[in-house]
Design a protein around this ligand. Structure first.
Ligand SMILES: Cc1cc2nc3c(=O)[nH]c(=O)nc-3n(C[C@H](O)[C@H](O)[C@H](O)COP(=O)(O)O)c2cc1C
Length: 186
C-alpha cells in the first residue's frame, strides 16, 4: 500500500513541512509506504493551454510541456492514496500546487482507464500560517480539484497558527485512518 504526500512550499522547515511529516508518520504507522514529494524541488511550470486551449492532454492524456511533470504524473498511478499539503498564499493554494494540479486535471479529465487519482482517497491540508485568512477558501478550491479528478474525499484539514498543535495530531490521525481503511479494504 503506497501513500504519496505532495507538499507545495519552498520552506523545508515551515508549517507545510511539519504537516507533511505528520502525514508521513501517520501513514507509516499503518504500515503504508509513505513518500513525500516536494513540488518546489521539481521543475513544474504552468499550463500553456496549448493550441486553442487543449494540447496532447485531452486525447493522449500526457502534457506536451516537457519538464518534471511527466515523471511525477506517470508515478501517480502506482499509488493508492494521496495527501496534498499546501501553504495558504493569498487565500489560496501555493503557485507550485496550482501549477501541478492545473496540468494534472487536464491530463486526467477525459481518461477512460489507468487513472491517477480517480477512485482513490485524498486528504487535503491547507496550512495558513499567517493571519489564518483564506484557509477555508483554499480548501474549497482543493475540493474542486479532487472533484475534477474523481478522487474520494477522505478529509479536508485547515491548519492555522492557533490550532497548529492539535491539527498536526489530526493530520497524523487522518493519514493513519486512511491507510488503515486501505489495508482493511484489500
Ligand atoms: C505570498 C504569501 C501569501 C500568503 N497569504 C496568506 C494568507 O492568505 N493567509 C494566511 O493565513 N497566511 C498567508 N501567508 C502565510 C503563509 O500561509 C505561512 O507563512 C505558511 O506558514 C507558509 O507555509 P510554510 O511555513 O510552509 O512556509 C502567505 C505567505 C506568502 C509567502
Amino acid at each position: 500500500m503506497k501513500v504519496m504526500i505532495i507538499t507545495g512550499s519552498p520552506n523545508n522547515n515551515g508549517l507545510t513541512a511539519a504537516c507533511g511529516e505528520q502525514a508521513r508518520l501517520g501513514a507509516a504507522s499503518a504500515e503504508a509506504e509513505a513518500t513525500i514529494v516536494k513540488l518546489n524541488d521539481l521543475k513544474i511550470g504552468i499550463c500553456h493551454a496549448c493550441s486553442e486551449g487543449w494540447g496532447s492532454c485531452r486525447e493522449r492524456h500526457v502534457c506536451q510541456v516537457e519538464d518534471d511533470f511527466q515523471k511525477l504524473h506517470e508515478s501517480l498511478q502506482s499509488y493508492d492514496a494521496f495527501i496534498l499539503v499546501t501553504p495558504v498564499y493569498w487565500w489560496d493554494m501555493s503557485e507550485a500546487v496550482k501549477a501541478f494540479i492545473d496540468r494534472l486535471r487536464r491530463c486526467e479529465a477525459f481518461k477512460k482507464k489507468d487513472f491517477s487519482i480517480s477512485g482513490k482517497p485524498v486528504i487535503c491540508v491547507a496550512a495558513a500560517g499567517g493571519s489564518g485568512n483564506g484557509c477555508i477558501s483554499c480548501l474549497a478550491n482543493l475540493e474542486r480539484f479532487v472533484d475534477h479528478l474523481k478522487g474520494i474525499k477522505f478529509d479536508f484539514i485547515g491548519v492555522t497558527r492557533s490550532n497548529r498543535e492539535y491539527k498536526l495530531q489530526t493530520i497524523y490521525e487522518a493519514s493513519n485512518r486512511m491507510a488503515v481503511h486501505l489495508k482493511d479494504s484489500r
